[in-house]
Design a protein. Structure first.
Lengths: 389, 225
């Protein structure tokens, strides 16, 4: 027999209490691991999504705040515009590989928002080389044609070749292509030739943003400064956009973190309370052990091992529950954060598993400390006989 | 020369309760020789537990001297007391204090866990045979009678080969027939040279002792050899 066997046998003796304490730890670790996985997964997903745009920075109208730039990248519309001359100026700057004008427009159909991108298709093919299409892409000389995202096609039950009334004048447009699923926001959008979009929505020569790709990323800052010399142009880099979105998400995260901290505190207080109760109930047992040769350290060690067995098992259970219910937790989190990128938001990485296990062990140590010291200081015969003679 | 295993001189233990000093033991002096059977008797509150604490190296005296196997325990640090206890003392309690989830065998082997000695199954089996519980070795305490539980407790006290057994009211929870069997077991052990100190209210058990230490209000009032 060793201390671990002895500790296990004692925990089994108090099954109900052990189970409930373990459950408390498991809930706290489930929440902690889910939040950490979400944090890592969200940032990774968002970063991946921004990278998938193939764009290094956006030239937007001056006065357009970062939040608005963030909206643009995800299909939002702002009431300020650049012009074709701004695009021409941007293209002249050395180091600008692509300067692709875009018009964004939003309209509602059956009370659901639809996003329209007016684009230069040749630029987009270079910015998003991973785009493949069922049917075909349109050319910039074509009229009343569109390519749509896969999710949109499924939602609207549209097929290649379908003709749909489109725009404020309900002009019949032909769906010439449907994008193969990209796993990004592009799956939700309508794409039209830029000039067609400008005409359809009554915004001739108006451009919402210029998507810029540079030929050397290390020169981004220098090129951004040059772009900002164009009157009415402000540059927002993808890093800034990501920071803005992360800030938006930050408030929701603060709420989640608060809930988790409270859960962990409740769990820790619960464990300590259970341990103290257990120590008080077992004064005679510990007194007997001391009389039989156990040192204070032996008794403390037994209490710590019992606690660690509970918290580590609780930690493992919490991790399993969290990993098993990833989809459920993702659905919940997506409902409360302001913006969520497409794809999996949770990233249960091994280092996070290790971190949470370590955390559950640390909780065990912290909670066991006081009860272990208390139990190790028992005076054996007083404990055994109940009072002093 | 008589081998004195325990020598107490003017042994005093004072507990402090607020500003009040409580004399749990006052100037107790006595000696126990190797192989002796001594009974400690006295009413509740007379200082029996305090004396047992001191003799068992669970506490140190406030004043006076207590030598165990030639070693003075006054002023010893906790770790030295633990070592003395492990090497010399076996405890038997009135309430048996067996761990309910451990079998007879595991309960008996428990002190080996603390003494870091590997007694091995041979030693445990030997003790189980000695206490006459061969057929009950794998049973749990709730499957045993009171007498059997006390035998397990005695076996547990014997497993580390102590020089002294301190028994605190060992027959207090047993009927007279079972108590008699436990007396016999104690006598057998004493016959094998083991030193026994038994706190008891049982007159019959006290009569079997070579020496009676009678306590009243913390003082030895009627030492009898």
């Amino acid at each position: 027999m060793n201390f671990i066997t002895l500790a296990l046998k004692n925990l089994v003796r108090r099954r109900g209490r052990t189970g409930l304490t373990l459950l408390g730890v498991a809930i706290a670790i489930t929440l902690l691991f889910s939040l950490l996985s979400f944090n890592v997964g969200y940032e990774k997903q968002l970063s991946g999504e921004l990278e998938s745009t193939g764009i290094h920075m956006l030239a937007v109208p001056k006065g357009c705040p970062y939040e608005a730039a963030s909206l643009i990248i995800h299909g939002g519309v702002i009431p300020k515009y650049l012009s074709n001359s701004d695009v021409a100026e941007a293209k002249k700057i050395e180091g600008v590989e692509i300067a692709s004008p875009m018009l964004l427009h939003q309209f509602y159909k059956d009370e659901k928002p639809h996003i329209v991108y007016g684009i230069n298709i040749e630029d987009m093919k270079r910015l998003k080389p991973y785009w493949t299409v069922e049917g075909r892409f349109f050319s910039h000389t074509e009229d009343t044609v569109m390519v749509i995202g896969r999710n949109l096609a499924e939602k609207e039950n549209l097929k290649v070749g379908d003709v749909v009334p489109f725009g404020p004048d309900k002009i019949p447009f032909t769906v010439v292509g449907i994008l193969e699923r990209t796993g990004t926001q592009d799956d939700e959008f309508h794409f039209l030739p830029l000039e067609v979009a400008q005409r359809t929505f009554g915004k001739p020569d108006q451009i919402t943003t210029i998507a810029i790709r540079v030929d050397d990323i290390s020169r981004m800052s220098e090129i951004a400064n040059q772009l900002e010399t164009i009157p009415d142009v402000q540059v927002v880099t993808m890093t800034q956009i990501m920071g803005t979105i992360m800030n938006l998400v930050g408030s929701a995260q603060t709420l989640l973190i608060s809930v988790i901290i409270i859960a962990i505190i409740i769990s820790a207080v619960g464990i300590m309370n259970t341990l103290l109760m257990s120590v008080n109930e077992r004064t005679r047992e510990f007194g007997m052990m001391k009389a039989l040769g156990a040192s204070g350290l032996d008794i403390g060690k037994l209490v710590v091992i019992e606690t660690l067995l509970i918290t580590t098992s609780g930690g493992i259970l919490g991790l399993l529950v969290s990993i098993a219910s990833t989809s459920l937790i993702e659905g919940f989190v997506k409902g409360i954060i302001p913006y969520s990128p497409a794809g999996r938001l949770m990233s249960p990485e091994p280092r996070l598993i290790g971190l949470c296990l370590l955390f559950s062990i640390c909780i065990g140590f912290v909670c066991a400390l006081y009860p272990a010291i208390k139990s190790s200081r028992l005076t054996p015969m007083e404990a055994i006989r109940g009072d002093l003679e | 020369m008589i081998d004195e295993l325990i020598v107490a001189k003017n042994l005093t233990k004072i507990y402090h309760r607020g500003s009040e000093d409580i004399y749990a033991l006052k100037n107790a002096s006595f000696a126990i020789t190797e192989g002796e059977f001594a009974a400690i008797v006295g009413p509740s509150g007379s200082g029996k537990t305090t004396l047992l604490n001191l003799l068992g190296c669970l506490d140190t005296p406030t004043r006076g001297s207590l030598r165990l196997n030639g070693r003075e325990i006054s002023g010893l640090k906790e770790h030295a007391l633990v070592r003395l206890r492990r090497e010399n003392i076996g405890f038997v309690f009135q309430q048996f204090l067996l761990l309910p989830t451990l079998t007879v065998r595991e309960n008996i082997a428990l002190p080996l866990l603390f003494s870091k000695k590997n007694g091995g199954n041979g030693k445990v089996d030997e003790v189980i045979r000695l206490i006459g519980l061969d057929a009950r070795a794998e049973h749990l305490p709730n499957q045993l009678s009171g007498g059997e539980m006390q035998r397990v407790a005695i076996g547990r006290a014997l497993i580390t080969n102590p020089r002294i057994i301190l028994a605190d009211e060992p027959t207090g929870n047993l009927d007279s027939v079972t108590a008699r069997a436990i007396f016999d077991l104690f006598q057998d052990l004493n016959g094998q040279g083991l030193t026994l100190l038994v706190v008891t209210h049982n007159v019959e058990l006290a009569k079997m002792a070579h020496k009676i230490i009678c306590l009243a209000d913390g003082e030895i009032v009627q030492p009898k050899s």
